[in-house]
Ligand binder design. Structure first.
Ligand SMILES: *Cc1c(COP(=O)(O)O)cnc(C)c1O
Length: 299
């Protein structure tokens, strides 16, 4: 594990009177592309694929998927061929994320939204004997037991018993499940959903979470999506810039910007009791900011 990861204490002017301590676990510093939680979530899938002598990774994602890019980069690093099944028709011009996938050697196949919803592996791939026997399929977003197993190691990078609360952004819930498994029963996990009205989130969480971890203190907040997945508001962009000025920590507009925005609001509105010690997981994703118009973000 690279030693560039740090735990940074931060404070915003509005938090000064609150008697609350906030630390940020900087997983964004791990690797420029396989950054943040994607590194942890992919780890055991890669091992499993190697043990099964697979040579191709096949996975799913949208045009702005950090997971697709991370899988492409990890595949290149560990000598797997990679195939990305992308939601929607092939666009005229590729998003920065898709461009990066191609740069890392990923073959992209575009699925109609219907086929994508059904996670249909294209018939061509299935009948190609070479691919059929050698492909290792990873769920969209790395969702699954092995993804959570990797994410459970995130808390090893800090003094986990120090904190009363752990907060992270939530997409598929895989990272959150890992963290819940690794945390103590007296700690509280607060997940900030970045999707709008994602009613399946609790089911996704429970589906992965072992029975004996379900009694733990868990909450998912659904009111900080700021317009929905990969949407942004002027308020969010302003906040991300102000947050950077105050802390020197860059965030991404899809996940961690919304996490920090939410936590700021929660602290200001008294959600966390006095003397709380809060750990924020900076889960990376900064490469996603390439799709933001130049000059909008100051970092
Ligand atoms: C993928 C991603 C997440 C979401 O993780 P899940 O395990 O899918 O909930 C959070 N933050 C960043 C930066 C991500 O890229």
């Amino acid at each position: 594990m690279p030693d560039s990861i740090s735990v940074d204490e931060i404070s915003l002017p509005a938090w000064q009177q609150k008697n609350i301590l906030v630390h940020v676990l900087r997983l964004d510093k791990i690797h420029p592309v396989i950054s943040g939680n994607k590194w942890f979530k992919l780890k055991y899938y890669l091992q499993d694929a190697q043990q099964q002598y697979k040579n191709t990774l096949v996975t799913f994602g949208g045009a702005y998927s950090n997971h697709l890019v991370a899988t492409a980069a990890a595949g290149k690093l560990y000598n797997f061929k990679t195939i990305g099944l992308v939601r929607g028709e092939e666009p005229q011009s590729y998003s920065h994320s898709l461009q990066q996938c191609v740069q890392h050697g990923m073959e992209l196949i575009f699925l109609s939204r219907d086929d994508y919803r059904q996670r249909k592996i294209p018939a061509g791939l299935l009948t190609d004997a070479y691919v059929l026997t050698d492909a290792y399929i990873i769920n969209e977003g790395g969702y699954g037991q092995l993804g959570a197993k990797g994410a459970a190691e995130i808390l090893d990078l800090c003094t986990k018993n120090f904190y009363t609360h752990i907060c992270s952004a939530v997409g598929t819930t895989t990272m959150m499940v890992g963290i819940i498994q690794a945390m103590n029963a007296w700690q509280k996990m607060v997940g900030i959903s970045v999707l709008k009205n994602n009613t399946e989130l609790s089911a996704s969480l429970l589906n992965l979470l072992p029975e004996n971890d379900r009694q733990k203190n868990i909450c998912i907040l659904h009111n900080y999506h700021l317009g929905g997945y990969a949407q942004k508001t002027a308020e969010l962009i302003n906040f991300m810039n102000e947050f950077y000025l105050a802390t020197s920590i860059p965030s991404d507009f899809v996940y961690t910007g919304k996490l920090f925005f939410a936590v700021n609001h929660l602290i200001s509105s008294g959600f966390f009791p006095a003397a709380s010690k809060i750990l924020l997981i900076h889960s990376g994703g900064l490469q996603g900011n390439l799709s933001v118009e130049k000059g909008t973000l100051i970092f």
